[in-house]
Design a protein around this ligand. Structure first.
Ligand code: F6P
Length: 358
């Protein structure tokens, strides 16, 4: 009997269930009744404190289109994994002990960057681990795309689309703030897809005067409105030049709820134009996965099951040039996949007239 533990960790996304279904269906096909799946509840928390439920094949039916995660998730920061909990419990030891106690052959871990660091740690500590790249941010190293990203692009694009008509009616400047943590993939894609005039991403620090210049140019061309897609992690040139410590202190004294409000106020002061801000927030992680995500989730899940069947552990399944590939966990952990300011997508967007504030 093969015993496989499933665990979803970190922020959720639309295609977690579709991915688990892909792994489960392939395992059930291969082993029939000779496989038992343990649904470890609420991410690493369940592995630390011994909370799980035994899954049945029926649990994986009807979930292809269901957002969220049927086994729950939580954020357990990697940097705190080596610290004992409030009762002095050694978390890493507890995870290893439960892995052994339950007699697991492998852990299937679905998560983003932080999750991958802990997955690598567990692998180094002797657990068999296979991981899958989950995040709307698309910032996991070793894969061209993460599942959840495209669904979030659709939602963020829809937000920009909806803003377009009202922006045109009122002749205002609108800012749509897009998630993405420290990277600009989501903002870049939604910005291009939604026809944003200005796109600000963390990888290209902006100069507010360049933004104002682009707005003035549009006004002179007779355009009544402008739309900015601003990444939640967007940063000014001035702030990007600060040391980590200086930036932290500056942010602590910051009065704005998020970067868009600061940019909005600066635009209003410098141009006199009326500015409105929209923050779609967690709606970007909600709802059902788009068909593209359902396809890659099913494929990545099936490929992860294949690794388990072949007893090939210590890998994340990624997608490169349309093919699923195993990527060593040690290579994935601790790296971030960022937008390259010199990449063709940026050059093409600039060619279209989109301003990046640089
Ligand atoms: O990593 C996914 C993500 O949605 C980021 O884009 C965002 O910065 C963060 O999670 C929000 O986290 P939380 O759900 O914990 O507020």
């Amino acid at each position: 009997m093969k015993k496989i533990g499933f665990l979803t960790s970190g922020g959720d996304c639309q295609s977690l269930n579709a991915t688990m279904r892909g792994v489960a269906k392939t395992l059930y096909q291969a082993y029939s009744k000779d496989v038992e799946i343990y649904g470890i509840l609420e991410g690493y928390k369940g592995l630390i404190y011994g909370n799980y439920r035994k899954m049945k094949p029926e649990d994986f039916s009807g979930i292809l289109t269901e957002g969220g995660t049927i086994i729950g998730t939580s954020r357990q920061p990697f940097k705190k994994m080596r610290e004992p909990d409030e009762n002095g419990l050694d978390k890493v030891k507890a995870m290893k002990d439960n892995y052994k106690k339950w007699g697991l052959d492998c852990l299937v871990i679905l998560g983003g960057n932080g999750t991958h660091k802990t997955a690598n740690l567990l692998s180094e500590e002797g657990c068999n681990v296979v991981t899958l790249p989950k995040t709307i941010d698309n910032d996991i190293w070793g894969t061209d795309i993460t599942f959840g990203f495209q669904s979030a692009v659709n939602i963020a694009t829809n937000a920009i689309d909806c803003i377009h008509t009202t922006a045109a009616s009122h002749g205002r400047v609108f800012i749509v703030e897009v998630m993405g943590h420290k990277v600009g993939w989501l903002t870049l894609h939604a910005g291009i897809a939604g026809g944003a005039d200005i796109i600000l991403i963390p990888e290209i620090p902006y100069d507010i005067d360049s933004v104002v210049k682009a707005l003035d140019k549009r006004a002179k061309q007779g355009k009544r409105f402008s739309i900015l897609a601003v990444a939640e992690g967007a940063i000014s040139k001035e702030d990007a030049a600060l040391s980590k410590k200086e930036l932290k202190a500056k942010r602590k004294a910051n009065i704005y709820p998020s970067i868009s409000y600061q940019i909005g106020e600066e635009i209003n002061k410098k141009t006199g134009q009326e500015v409105r801000i929209t923050v779609p927030g967690h709606t970007q992680r909600g709802g059902e996965p788009c068909p593209y995500d359902r396809v890659i989730s099913s494929r990545l899940g099936a490929a992860a099951a294949r690794l388990i069947i072949d007893e090939k552990y210590g890998y994340m399944v990624g997608l490169k040039n349309g093919e699923t590939i195993p990527v060593p966990l040690s290579e994935v952990a601790g790296k971030l996949k960022m937008v390259e300011p010199d990449s063709s997508i940026i050059k093409e967007a600039k060619g279209l007239g989109i301003c990046f504030g640089d």
